[in-house]
Every structure is written in structure tokens, then in C-alpha cells.
Design a protein around this ligand. Structure first.
Ligand SMILES: [Zn+2]
Length: 124
């Protein structure tokens, strides 16, 4: 009868450990992705985009002592390096923008997907 040497035993133990690790990772990731609803995920990301843009607008407004209704383009926010690039909806929808500093409680951007605008923007 052939006896197994130590390196062979270590090889098999390591193989089992790696296999178990990969299996656990696969199960965890699979469960994670199966729970994710792409529509909800896109809606959440879009709202984050709108909120981040609102924060940028309020920073610009505050720094420059501007009143609601003052003109403000997205290009200006990029030129002043308050934001780095144009926001884009994860659904591929466009954003509507009036290019003015909004009144209190009003978002600067609105998404063309109506479901992406259904959030509370009080005190914005
Ligand atoms: Zn959107």
C-alpha cells in the first residue's frame, strides 16, 4: 500500500480550504445579487446624484452670497471645481435643470423618470 507523504496531505488540505472559501464567497455573493432589485438600486443612485448636486448648488450659493433665481449652470459648477462632471442617471434618463438657484425645498435637478423624483426634498 502506498503511503501519502506530508506535502501531498498539505496540498489536499489546502485545496479543500480554498474550495470551501470559494464556495462560501459564491453563496454570499449570489445571495447578495439575487436580493438586489436593479430598479430600486438605480432609483437610489439617481436620488443620490440629485442630492449631491443640490449640495453643490447650496455651497456655490453660500460662497457667492446668491439669492434663489440667480442663474447657475452645471458648467459653472464644473468650472469652479465644485463638482467634477455632469451627473448621469443610472437608467440613462436625462436630468432637467432650470439653470437657476432653486428656492428652498426645490431640487436643482429633476430626473425624467418620475419615480426618481419621488422623495422628500423638504429643507433642500
Ligand atoms: Zn433618474
Amino acid at each position: 500500500m502506498k503511503t501519502h507523504n506530508i506535502p501531498t496531505i498539505i496540498f489536499w488540505i489546502l485545496s479543500c480550504v480554498i474550495l470551501a472559501y470559494v464556495a462560501c464567497f459564491w453563496i454570499i455573493q449570489g445571495g447578495h445579487y439575487s436580493r438586489m432589485d436593479p430598479e430600486r438600486s438605480n432609483t437610489a443612485q439617481c436620488i443620490i446624484n440629485i442630492r449631491n448636486m443640490q449640495a453643490a448648488v447650496r455651497v456655490y450659493q453660500s460662497e457667492n452670497g446668491l439669492q434663489p433665481g440667480s442663474p447657475l449652470s452645471i458648467d459653472e459648477l464644473i468650472n469652479k471645481e465644485i463638482i467634477s462632471n455632469y451627473p448621469s442617471c443610472p437608467d440613462g434618463q436625462s436630468y432637467l435643470c432650470d439653470n437657476v438657484i432653486p428656492k428652498e425645498d426645490y431640487p436643482y435637478l429633476r430626473c425624467l423618470n418620475p419615480k426618481h423624483n419621488e422623495f422628500d426634498h423638504k429643507n433642500w
